[in-house]
Ligand binder design. Structure first.
Ligand code: ADP
Ligand code: ZN
Length: 436
């Protein structure tokens, strides 16, 4: 099923036309309503009339998270406060939160895009859908909530916290779909296990997971434990919230709602546009937003783009999984390390549970990476809690990390259930280095 056939399946040529017209309009809009952009455009010697096709976008200046911080809280807002009906903030994974105001039109576009995502996952009016993202300033909860209502399924606004109660709700109500972070999905599975509720006792068949990076191995793990099909859901508050891109039934990269959010991949160093297929920083221009429109916003998320046809019939460009953020990519002894690479190594080992921490210290001026990882319950129970097998496993994980990442890590195997669990975005990295 496709929610909006006209917009999701238009020819590439029609899409480019539409994007070009919308880009011209949005540049004109910010030129007249946001002093920050008027100055930037004037400095670059550009007037709105210079923007005729979508290819002209490369002439526009970039916007960064720092620009949002410098203009905190409402400096980049284009609409008057009388038009704003909702305010959210980014979760501040990498610093102070940034504030985003939405007009009624923006909230409408958001729930339209969210309905597209849910339909692509196979959700319909007949479903009962639980939203287990946090409700509040974070866009996850309310963003998905409005989409489910727009679609017409029954929304259960579970939010995070009180996981046992949530498990009972899933079971008693026969909930069929759920949205949460992938780490919360694992936490939910563990809680079910502890409560003696098996995947056959619940009716979940679709999961929409995002807000933090995850891997194919984690997808298999979640699908297996919860007995559902796990789909990727991507978004960021600066651009809208969850709904910027979504996987279809192919589960092969995520279609971008390109008629509203125009994607580019640039080299994070030179800021030059990179061709499809290259890994680089994802940049979005909001083509229709009226509350806080952004031109060429640098997401810091690293991924690839592709525009080859998808068997599902949608024509929108697809983005690959987020490989990391250009600003939280770890540099350990000069080597670029993405936490997702470490996660892949851990999850490829049958003895290791998907719960781990990465701790980076500087000892005698050298970086030291410590990887703490929990062993799975079934191995622990089988006499694993004695010294030799633990030491052996630590050595094996360390050797794998060395062969994949070319770095030496101190591996510490932990007993099941000993590392802290997260309900929102997981905080798995602790970087204790003082770099000055
Ligand atoms: P922040 O975390 O920057 O404070 P948000 O709460 O808006 O702000 O989170 C947006 C960020 O979350 C994205 O830029 C991206 O790094 C991450 N993210 C969201 N969805 C996904 C996803 N499906 N896969 C990987 N990362 C994601
Ligand atoms: Zn598709």
């Amino acid at each position: 099923m496709i929610w909006n056939h006209t917009k999701e399946c238009m020819s590439r040529e029609q899409m480019r036309d539409l994007q070009g017209r919308r880009l011209h309009k949005i540049v004109e809009y910010v030129y007249h309503n946001v002093p920050f952009y008027r100055n930037k455009l004037q400095q670059a010697g550009i007037t709105p009339d210079d923007i005729e096709t979508i290819d002209d976008i490369v002439r526009l200046p970039f916007t960064t998270k720092q620009d949002l911080r410098d203009n905190y809280p409402f400096g980049l807002q284009a609409a008057p406060m009388s038009e704003i009906i909702r305010i959210h903030a980014s979760s501040g994974t990498t610093g102070n939160p940034t504030i985003v105001g939405y007009t009624r039109k923006d909230v409408g576009v958001w729930s339209e895009c969210m309905a597209r995502c849910l339909t692509a996952y196979g959700i319909s009016r007949d479903d009962i859908f639980s939203v287990a993202y946090g409700y509040g300033l974070f866009t996850g909860g309310l963003g998905v909530h409005y989409g489910v209502e727009n679609l017409g399924a029954a929304v259960v606004p579970a939010s995070t916290g009180n996981t046992e109660k949530h498990v009972r709700l899933l079971r008693d109500l026969g909930v069929t779909g759920i949205a949460c972070t992938p780490s919360y999905a694992l936490h939910l599975a563990e809680t079910m296990e502890r409560m003696g509720v098996s995947r056959n006792d619940i009716r979940l068949r679709v999961g929409a997971f995002g807000a933090e990076p995850w891997t194919e191995n984690m997808r298999r793990e979640i699908e297996d434990k919860l007995g559902l099909k796990a789909y990727n859901l991507y978004g960021l508050s600066e651009i809208m919230g969850p709904c910027v891109s979504y996987e279809c039934s192919e589960q092969d990269d995520s279609h971008i709602c390109e008629d509203h959010y125009f994607p580019e991949i640039v080299d994070p160093e030179t800021l030059e546009r990179r061709p499809n297929g290259d890994v680089g920083e994802l940049v979005f221009t909001t083509l229709t937003k009226t509350g806080m429109p952004l031109l060429r916003y640098r997401t810091r998320d690293l991924c690839t783009l592709r525009d080859d046809p998808c068997p599902c019939g949608r024509t929108a460009v697809r983005m690959g999984r987020i490989l990391g953020r250009s600003d939280d990519m770890l540099i350990i002894r000069g080597i670029n390390v993405f936490p997702s690479q470490i996660e892949s190594v851990i999850l490829s080992m049958p003895e290791c549970a998907p719960h781990y921490r990465l701790i980076i210290d500087r000892v005698d001026n050298l970086d030291r990476l410590t990887v703490q990882v929990e062993v799975r319950q079934e191995f622990w129970a089988n006499g694993f809690d004695t010294l030799t097998p633990i030491t052996d496993l630590e050595k094996t994980v360390a050797a794998r990390l060395r062969s994949v990442l070319s770095i030496n890590a101190v591996v510490q195997i932990k007993a099941p259930g000993t590392l802290e669990r997260f309900e929102g975005k997981a905080k798995i990295i602790q970087d204790n280095r003082k770099l000055d």
